[in-house]
Design a protein around this ligand. Structure first.
Ligand code: C5P
Ligand code: MG
Length: 220
C-alpha cells in the first residue's frame, strides 16, 4: 500500500502501481502510525542528494541520509560510537547496522513524535549491503513499511565525470578518480545485489540518472 505522497511521487516519475494504489488511505488508518519508507540507492555521482532535495521540497518527505547521520554522530562528543564510526568511514567500510539503524530509528521516532502525520521518509544510502538489509528486516519488521526503492541508475563513466566536476567545488577527499572507481566497485558488489532482491519483489523504480548528470555537466 502506497501513501498519497508515494503515489504522487511515482506519478511525477511517470511510474505507477495500478493495483496497489487504489485503496483509499482511510481504509487503513493504522498506516498513519507507521513510518512509510522509500529507500534511495544508486552509485556515487548518480545525483541522489540533489534529487532527494527536490522530492522533499515538492512532496514533504523527511530526508534521512545514512551517511550524514553517521557523520553527525561521529562529531558528537557524547557518542559511544564516535571513534568506531570514524574508523569505518575513514576505511570506506560500511558501519555495523545496529548503529546505523539506531540513528535512523531515532530520527524517525523524533519526527513522528513531533508530528504523527509526518510518517513518510526518504532513506538515502541504505540498505547498502546484506548486513544493512538483515538488520533492517530484524529490527524494523512490522514497525515500518518499505514502499519501494528508488534506484538512480547511472552509466559509470558519466557518474565519475559528474563526481569529478562536483568534487572540484565540494573538496571531498574521496572524489578522485581512483576512489570513485573503488566506490563504484563496492556499489556493484555490495549494493546492487540488494537492489536486485527488491527488484524480484517488484519494488524497484529505476531512474536513468545519466540524463540529469549529463544536464549538470552541460551547464558547466
Ligand atoms: O554513500 P557513501 O559511499 O557516500 O557513504 C560514505 C560512507 O558512509 C561509506 O563509505 C560508509 O563508511 C558510510 N556509510 C555506512 N552505511 C551506510 C551508508 C554510508 O557505513 N548505510
Ligand atoms: Mg555519499
Amino acid at each position: 500500500m502506497l501513501s498519497c505522497c508515494g503515489r504522487r511521487l511515482l506519478h511525477l516519475l511517470g511510474l505507477s502501481f495500478p493495483l496497489l494504489t487504489r485503496r483509499p488511505l482511510f481504509l487503513c488508518p493504522h498506516r498513519l502510525m507507521k513510518p512509510l519508507v522509500v529507500f534511495v540507492l544508486g552509485g556515487p555521482g548518480a545525483g541522489k542528494g540533489t534529487q532527494c532535495a527536490r522530492i522533499v521540497e515538492k512532496y514533504g518527505y523527511t530526508h534521512l541520509s545514512a551517511e550524514e547521520l553517521l557523520r553527525d554522530e561521529r562529531k558528537n562528543p557524547d557518542s559511544q560510537y564516535g571513534e568506531l564510526i570514524e574508523k569505518y568511514i575513514k576505511d570506506g567500510k560500511i558501519v555495523p547496522v545496529e548503529i546505523t539503524i539506531s540513528l535512523l530509528k531515532r530520527e524517525m521516532d523524533q519526527t513522528m513524535a513531533a508530528n504523527a502525520q509526518k510518517n513518510e521518509f526518504l532513506i538515502d544510502g541504505f540498505p547498502r549491503n546484506q548486513d544493512n538489509l538483515q538488520g533492517w528486516n530484524k529490527t524494523m519488521d512490522g514497525k515500518a513499511d518499505v514502499s519501494f526503492v528508488l534506484f538512480f541508475d547511472c552509466n559509470n563513466e558519466i557518474c565519475i565525470e559528474g563526481c569529478l566536476e562536483g568534487g572540484k567545488s565540494s573538496g571531498r577527499s574521496d572524489d578522485d578518480r581512483e576512489s570513485l572507481e573503488k566506490r563504484i566497485q563496492t556499489h556493484l558488489q555490495s549494493t546492487k545485489p540488494i537492489i536486485d532482491l527488491y527488484e524480484e519483489m517488484g519494488k524497484v523504480k529505476k531512474i536513468d540518472a545519466s540524463k540529469s548528470v549529463m544536464k549538470f555537466l552541460m551547464k558547466l
